[in-house]
Every structure is written in structure tokens, then in C-alpha cells.
Design a protein around this ligand. Structure first.
Ligand code: ATP
Length: 232
């Protein structure tokens, strides 16, 4: 396996007769910020879930910083910070306690910095079960970022954040990237990518149909408007 931050080779996932991811290849070098875009059902979440070890591929290989995710999911996860589409949090902890817990699990991190990233203010000490969806997502993001992992894989992680919070998180991602982190962010908000990404990958029907530097974003935007989302 290569030492790219993320290396995907011939990755495929079938759900019965549905081919969610259809044999994709993707190599992301260390320090890149890549936006993953596509219509609903294009295969983004399925790809990300195989990348983070939450889902087994039907075939193909995927590695994170040189570690095979299928063969050694624990070691791969140690190099990853991830926010899944539907984050799972401990309802009877506060955001502060949840972040402290994750920091301990991951062997270190700056809890106060992560709390500032979340920007929950005094709500940081309330139980997560009382949080709104946006507050939950901020907590999940803070948990993913607290240990400053070398590779960040974020599935629609800015969804539901108010504009000021989204801007703050985007700023933090850019800062982490400047420190050498690699970021893969799936999103439907192309304006966000314009600010921070240097590469954009478009998926359609389980395949990668565009993979180019950020200058292709205008064409991608147009294609997303024009091409039908669902298979014929
Ligand atoms: P969105 O932008 O709506 O989140 P996506 O690009 O993340 O979409 P996926 O969630 O990866 O798309 O779905 C890709 C395809 O796989 C879709 O056709 C979807 O119906 C199918 N799919 C996803 N999960 C399952 C599942 N658990 N069982 C069966 N089919 C599934």
C-alpha cells in the first residue's frame, strides 16, 4: 500500500442488486483538501463509510496513511478524525465530557481548543440529550478534531450549522490543513469548497466522473444542476 493519505483502489460496494460504489480509484496526497460532491444517492456516504471502516467493501482496497482499513481497522481509525452523516454521541454526557472522553481514548488533545471550535458556550456543560441537531454536529466535529488527526474524513459535516459556526469550522479545517492534515469533505454546499478545497471529486451513480483541481468547480456546479440525479 502506498503512503498517500488516502488510497482507494478498485473499490466497490453492492447492496443486493444496487451497485452503490462501482469500482472507484482515488489517491489523495498528504496535505490536500478534497471536496467530494454528487447528487443524492451518488455513493459518497458509502465511499466514506468504507474509508472509515464502518462498512466492508464488496471488493477493492482502501488505506489511510499507508494502513489497510479492512485488514487493520483499529490502526487506520487511529489516524482518522471522522464525522459520519449521523453521528452517535453519548446522550448522558455533556459536550465537555464527551470531548474529554474522546481525548482520553485518542491519547491526547486540547479539550479547551475543541470546545472553542464547537462554540457551544455555556451549553457545553448541558447533557447532549438536550441538544439541537446543530449542537450535536458541533460536538461531533469537536470530537473528530480534538486530537488533530493527520487525516480528516467529514461526511456533510457542516450540515445544519449556522453560517457563523460553519465559517469558524471551515477556518479551523484550513488551519489544520496548513499544519499538514489531509481533509476529505463531502458536501452539497459548493460555495464552501470554493473557499478551502484545492481539488474536487464528482461522483455519479457510484463512479467518479470528474476529479480535478478546484478550477473545475464551475463546470461541476453546472453539471449538478443539469444532470438527473437518479438512474434511468
Ligand atoms: P446523499 O447525498 O443523499 O447523502 P450519497 O451520495 O451519500 O447520497 P449513498 O448513501 O452512498 O449516497 O447511497 C448510494 C446508493 O446506495 C443509493 O442508491 C442508496 O439507495 C444505496 N444504499 C445506501 N445504503 C444502502 C443500504 N444500507 N441498503 C441498500 N442500499 C443502500
Amino acid at each position: 500500500m502506498s503512503k498517500a493519505a488516502i488510497e482507494i483502489v478498485g473499490l466497490r460496494k453492492e447492496y443486493g442488486r444496487v451497485v452503490a460504489v462501482d469500482g472507484i480509484d482515488l489517491s489523495i496526497p498528504k496535505g490536500a483538501f478534497v471536496g467530494l460532491v454528487g447528487h443524492n444517492g451518488a455513493g459518497k456516504t458509502t465511499t466514506i463509510n468504507m474509508l472509515t471502516g464502518q462498512l466492508s467493501p464488496t471488493s477493492g482496497a482502501v488505506s489511510v496513511a499507508g494502513t489497510d482499513v479492512v485488514k487493520d481497522p483499529g490502526a487506520a481509525r487511529a489516524k482518522l478524525g471522522t464525522v459520519p452523516e449521523h453521528p452517535t454521541l453519548y446522550e448522558y454526557l455533556s459536550a465537555r465530557e464527551m470531548i474529554e472522553f474522546v481525548t482520553e481514548l485518542r491519547g491526547g488533545g486540547d479539550v479547551q481548543w475543541a470546545l472553542n471550535v464547537a462554540g457551544l458556550g455555556s451549553a457545553s456543560d448541558r447533557l447532549i440529550r438536550e441538544y439541537s441537531q446543530g449542537m450535536r454536529r458541533k460536538t461531533a466535529l469537536a470530537c473528530a478534531l480534538v486530537s488533530r488527526p493527520p487525516v480528516l474524513v467529514l461526511d456533510e459535516a457542516l450540515n445544519g450549522l449556522d453560517p457563523a459556526s460553519a465559517d469558524r469550522v471551515v477556518g479551523v479545517l484550513a488551519e489544520l490543513r496548513q499544519d499538514g492534515a489531509t481533509v476529505l469533505l463531502s458536501t452539497h454546499v459548493l460555495d464552501t469548497l470554493e473557499k478551502v478545497a484545492d481539488r474536487v471529486v464528482l461522483m455519479e451513480h457510484g463512479k467518479i466522473v470528474v476529479d480535478g483541481d478546484i478550477s473545475v468547480l464551475a463546470g461541476v456546479r453546472q453539471r449538478l444542476r443539469e444532470v438527473s440525479a437518479m438512474p434511468d
